[in-house]
Design a protein around this ligand. Sequence first.
Ligand SMILES: [Zn+2]
Length: 254
Amino acid sequence: MPSSLMLSFLFFLLSLSACSLKTQTTEPEKISHINKENYMIPGINHGLIQSPINILSNEKHETKNHQITLHFQDEIKAVENLGHTVQLDFSKGSSISSDGINYEFKQMHFHTPSEHLIDGMTFPMEMHIVNYAPPATKNGIPHYLVIAVLFKMGNENEFISEFLTLIPKQSNNTVKLEKGRVKLHDLFHDDLSNEMKNYYHYRGSLTTPPYTETVNWFVLKHIIEASPEQIRAINDIEGDNARHIQTIYGRHID
Ligand SMILES: [Zn+2]
């Protein structure tokens, strides 16, 4: 083989190995670009950053600071039986900002069993605190920041007992709550901003239609206790409403 041909063959080999290296180190930023119409899975109306996921606790390598700022008034105005979930609605005026986006506290609801798994383990219940940022432009998509709280069986939970008997028996009904009757503070017995210091964060989607892929998930590491009777009572109302886990496709947990 002439030396010039040999050299170009070597360059060819080098470029091949550079390509394979590139695909191995896919960054989450690049994954977000996959979320385009032409990359959607045929017949399924979503892309590749879906939720929930199985979180491998030893894969949390970096502790990226998400600069969370809370203005939290802890005012819950209503409890709803939506048939597929039990939901508590926040009064206006509480907000959380993270990475330059300001989200308004909207509602929190329950899944039985949990949607997220930690190291392959399902929990009997998961609560989602849903915070919403409206679209920046007319045709834009909203952004969400969802705080996920996992429950294990244990002692009766004070926060749940504050509203459990008030949940409407019939689905698609709402019961208004007096101010101060139900407080998120009674769930954590700590400031929410302190609870927000230990989490698994990743970028994913809503777990119900339309599966919008603009969700910053913060799954809290603190596992909360609730009694088996309380968890069963919520499951009796909403049924098994956990979406099954989705493929990670190279996303990072930080
Ligand atoms: Zn949910």
